[in-house]
Design a protein around this ligand. Structure first.
Ligand SMILES: Nc1ncnc2c1ncn2[C@@H]1O[C@H](COP(=O)(O)OP(=O)(O)OP(=O)(O)O)[C@@H](O)[C@H]1O
Length: 344
């Protein structure tokens, strides 16, 4: 059974719908990112899961327990959830050990001390138990917040933009460490972010939001290489949209030539399409008789980012061939893969 099940959930503020018919499941031990631009409803869904926002339709279950429906709202503190916030939300008048031990009142003093020590070790803050939050860096405060939440073993951990206030230089490292902790402890987690880079780095699976709806869920690879809508393709990074006509059940004709799909195409031979190709899905080769010309070149270390002119088309290519120069004639090709076509 999934650790969290959201079925047909809708919610509104003052009669204005904000979440519309959401369906989502989070499996045990999985980290799922709620991803989308500002104002699309990610935080509202997190609030609905945690019991701070009523739902007008549908249901939310944690494990097999109903926690929210239009008729029922279980109090937040009974839901078995942990919360991590952008601003850490530590108690300023309690030291680190007291913050971590805050939810452990039911344990004996000895068991509590043992658990606090385990948690300090887990988040690599051994020896800092006596410090107060204002004596810690942002990254250290967020570690305390993780330790405090995990100390009472929540069924599901909710993280609301937890890395936004962390200095960019240490953010990547902190994300990797916290992800490793969640995986080691097999924690089921939901992570809200508007950054695709953070979602890719931190989550196992993504749910991409648009105006209160989830448009696609899947692994980062699935959404990146197999977007179901233009919106998904564009949100997750740069790509080329190349005019295409169906040629056979696994080939299309494009300005690049005949492009082959490794999967049978589900397309109408009479319709016009745009073939979607990420910059790294196009291969370049220097060729004095090639039909295209390098117009721009950005050297980025391991690879170059080229703008290539092919007749009236400008095509973006990311290539490990770094020696191609401006004005060089090239040929373009693609390896067979499941093609993504958007109808014109
Ligand atoms: N308390 C509120 N009262 C009325 N409308 C609200 C309230 N909170 C949020 N909204 C509206 O609901 C919509 C969704 O907001 P929400 O905070 O869930 O978005 P979000 O995707 O989390 O955005 P962000 O990344 O900026 O936090 C927005 O249009 C917002 O203006």
């Amino acid at each position: 059974m999934a650790d969290l099940t959201i079925s047909q959930v809708s919610s509104s503020y003052q009669g204005k719908p904000v979440l519309q018919n959401l369906d989502l499941q989070v499996e045990a031990g999985e980290i799922l990112a709620l991803l989308g631009p500002s104002g699309c409803g990610k935080t509202t869904l997190l609030r609905a899961i945690s019991g701070l926002q009523p739902v007008s339709d549908g249901s939310i279950h944690v494990g097999s327990r109903l926690v929210s429906s239009a008729e029922y709202m279980m109090p937040s503190e009974h839901r078995g959830l942990g919360m991590i916030f952008q601003d850490y939300a530590l108690f300023p008048h309690l030291n680190v050990a007291q913050n971590i031990g805050f939810g452990l009142q039911a344990l004996s003093s000895q068991a509590r001390t043992k658990r606090i020590d385990e948690m300090l070790e887990l988040v690599k803050l051994n020896g800092l138990g006596e410090r107060y939050p204002h004596e810690l860096s942002g990254g250290q405060q967020q570690r305390v917040s993780i330790a405090r939440s995990l100390a009472y073993k929540p069924d599901v951990l909710l993280l609301d933009e937890p890395f936004s206030n962390i200095d960019a230089q240490v953010r990547g490292q902190l994300m990797a460490e916290i992800r490793a902790i969640l995986k080691q402890q097999q924690v089921t987690a939901i992570f809200v972010t508007h950054s695709k880079d953070e979602a890719f780095e931190f989550a196992d699976r993504l749910a991409l939001f648009k105006e209160g709806r989830i448009v696609q869920t899947g692994t980062p690879e699935q959404l990146y290489f197999n977007p179901k809508e233009l919106y998904v393709a564009e949100f997750l990074g740069e790509g080329n949209y190349i005019d295409a006509q169906v040629y056979s059940d696994n080939q299309v004709v494009t300005p690049l030539g005949l492009v082959t799909s490794s999967a049978k195409l589900d397309a109408d031979p009479k319709a016009s399409y745009r073939l979607f190709l990420r910059p790294q899905q196009i291969q370049l080769a220097a060729s004095d008789t090639g039909p295209a010309v390098i117009k721009e070149r950005r050297f980025l270390g391991n690879y170059c980012y080229y703008t290539v002119a092919l007749a009236e088309h400008q095509i973006q290519v990311r290539s490990q061939l770094t020696q191609l120069q401006l004005g060089q004639q090239v040929s373009l090709s693609t390896h067979a893969h499941p093609l993504v076509l958007f109808e014109q």
